[in-house]
Design a protein around this ligand. Structure first.
Ligand code: ADP
Ligand code: MG
Ligand code: MG
Ligand code: MG
Length: 598
């Protein structure tokens, strides 16, 4: 979640007038930050996760989203700091984001603190729920936008979203959120148009006529599940991680090292197979959010290839010999920049011989600010970063490069593609694996540079249904920086080969293993870490199901399911009830046995 300012949001036509002003002052603020912190050194490798829950009520055979965010957050603010948990608002009024109170690390043993902390976050929050309400860690709410899916009397078609399916009441009440929704639509000139393909089950008509939606834009194909509001995307939950670099250069290296992992981890964490009551032909949320906040006009789409929620377009390292040897080979997609901003950055004198960071920031500044608060236009640019954060926090890319916000926090990178998992164990496992991969990158001097066009192609592959089994991914197979002089080798590999290794590639898990063998860990600590790594390994090999496959199978084996791709209220209720039990019981053994592929 980005910044939350209080105040009066300007209407869209006013925002448009101030766009250049916000960009210009955003850059001035960024330049102050860079000059203040560019020589900051020796920050510890701290890290922290963010998980998002949905509050679902299960009562009398009916499941509904509960719109109680303000109430529950008010109460959660009273939890003492000593508990080391922290709760934050999110776009959906049925959502709660939870983070540790303080980041973890630097000792690698701190990875073992995450799972107990995740349990505590869930338990403490659940204590404030009313009877029948549950906190679920699910990527999308299956019946989002279908019939009376949320506890509200408000009609659809409200002024913010003007949606055929979602009442505005499901949006966080803070004025930033309805304003974001309205301004994306106004900037774009029409409502957002989101579509995913319907999963063609044995009784799904061909061609399909969506029984849950009668109006749809002409541009959409008959096999598309149509969605028309920001809430379908930003109302999804995810799992994010932030890593601190020792200094600005190490953070830049880490950003680049982790970027090629983004599509792989999206595919490996797949947990979102249902949208607007329909089983879809993909297992992940990413493209849905990308379309849900796509504010480009039709004209701009010809010039700007990606939504502001999309995969990154360029690497940013300053010192990496592999990138330096042939930056154009790796940064091989056209990166749209803002010439005025490029000039402003270059003339600061802070970026001598550093075109990649200029390109990175100038690329972020091609976007307009979406929400401006009247009271916050005038700022002291030497102390405030509001205008910079306005642009930065609405560039929702697979990776985010985060400058220090104050004297106590260093240069960080955020890894943003992963899907939220149903259980705390799984969320801990994916997070711990990524912490270990970040350590592997830094300590073993690994780099995974491949042309950005390959990362983009992998991102598409990650959207295939069951992409673990059906997809192959481009990946670099010589990853030690010492081999910088040798020619790069790229291969099309399965996730099993990339994670578990194969004759031509060492594999992530063996890399992690060799890193762990250099760490001083007790036997039981190592055993616990191994249990996380075995989840990752079994998922990559396809021996156990992703949460998406498991959810799909739950639907397809339900007595009410007619093999027509449609999720009924009963199917949804039973699915939500099962998920709430798995999440709350923490019965990992049972989950693993359910996840085993036959
Ligand atoms: P966002 O802007 O993405 O919402 P948050 O400020 O909510 O980010 O923090 C994301 C994560 O970063 C949290 O888990 C938090 O604990 C962690 N974090 C805070 N400080 C640091 C730090 N110095 N280094 C690494 N991670 C940190
Ligand atoms: Mg975040
Ligand atoms: Mg969030
Ligand atoms: Mg956050």
């Amino acid at each position: 979640m980005g910044l939350l300012s209080l105040g009066t949001p300007l209407p869209w036509n006013e925002v448009a007038k101030y766009a250049d002003y916000v960009r210009e002052h955003g850059v001035i603020q960024l330049l102050h930050t860079i000059s203040k912190y560019k020589n900051r050194r020796c920050d510890a490798p701290l890290w922290g996760d963010e998980v998002e829950y949905m509050v679902v009520k299960l009562k009398d055979g009916k499941a509904t989203l509960v719109l109680n965010q303000e109430k529950i957050l008010d109460q959660l603010m009273n939890i003492p700091v000593s508990e080391n948990v922290s709760y934050h608002p999110e776009y959906g009024r049925y959502m709660v984001e939870a983070t540790p109170g303080r980041p973890f690390g630097p000792d690698i043993k701190a990875v073992l603190d995450l799972e107990p902390n995740l349990r505590l976050r869930r338990q403490l929050a659940a204590a404030y729920l009313e009877e029948g309400e549950h906190l679920l860690a699910i990527g999308s709410y299956p019946l989002m936008g279908v019939s009376t899916f949320a506890e509200t009397k408000e009609e659809v078609g409200g002024p913010a979203s003007q949606s055929l399916f979602l009442p505005d009441d499901i949006i966080n009440l803070h004025p930033r959120f309805p304003t974001l929704s309205a301004n994306i639509r106004l900037r774009r000139g029409k409502k957002v148009e989101i579509s995913v393909l319907v999963f063609k089950d044995t009784n799904t008509e061909d061609p399909w006529s969506d029984p849950l939606c009668s109006h749809r834009p002409k541009a959409l194909g008959s096999n598309d599940v149509y969605m028309d509001a920001m809430g379908f995307g930003m109302g999804c939950s995810c799992l994010q991680l932030t890593f601190q670099g020792g200094d600005i250069d190490q953070a830049r290296d880490l950003y680049d090292a982790l970027a090629p992992l983004t599509p792989l981890m999206l595919a490996l964490s797949a947990a979102t197979p249902i949208f607007r009551g329909v089983l879809s032909d993909q297992d992940v949320r990413w493209s849905v959010i990308a379309e849900a906040v796509d504010d480009r006009t039709d004209q701009e789409k010809k010039i700007i290839p990606k939504s502001r929620y999309d995969s990154i377009d360029c690497y940013i390292s300053r010192n990496n010999p592999i990138l330096n040897a042939d930056a154009g080979f790796y940064n091989d997609v056209s990166v749209v920049t803002n010439p005025k901003i490029t000039r402003q950055l270059e003339s600061s004198g802070l970026f001598d011989n550093d075109p990649l960071l200029v390109q990175h920031f100038s690329h972020l500044f091609i976007r307009d600010p979406l929400v401006i608060f009247e009271e916050l236009i005038e700022q002291d640019d030497s102390v405030s970063t509001d205008h910079f954060e306005n642009i930065q926090s609405t560039n929702w890319q697979t990776m985010r490069f985060k400058p220090p916000p104050n004297d106590t926090i260093g240069w960080r990178v955020e890894f943003r593609p992963m899907e939220i998992q149903i259980t705390d164990f799984e969320n801990a496992a994916y997070s711990v694996f990524m912490v270990l991969m970040a350590r592997v990158a830094v300590e073993q001097k690994r780099c995974f540079y491949q042309p950005i066009s390959q990362v983009d192609q992998n991102m598409k592959t990650a959207h295939l249904r069951n992409s673990i089994k059906r997809g192959k991914y481009w990946f670099r197979t010589n990853t030690l920086i010492q081999t910088a002089n040798s020619d790069p080798a790229f291969q099309l590999l399965t996730l099993h080969e990339i994670f578990n290794g194969c004759p031509t590639f060492e594999g992530f898990l063996p890399m992690v293993d060799s890193y762990l063998s250099t760490c001083k860990l007790q036997t039981d600590e190592r055993r616990k870490i191994n249990s996380y790594l075995s989840l990752i390994s079994l998922r990559a090999s396809g021996d156990i199901k992703t949460d998406a496959q498991w959810i799909r199978d739950q639907v397809r084996s339900h007595r009410d399911y007619k093999f027509d791709s449609i999720i009924t209220e009963t199917i949804n209720y039973d699915l939500m009830e099962t998920i709430s039990k798995i999440g709350e019981d923490q019965d990992w053994d049972r989950l693993v046995s359910q996840l085993k592929c036959k």
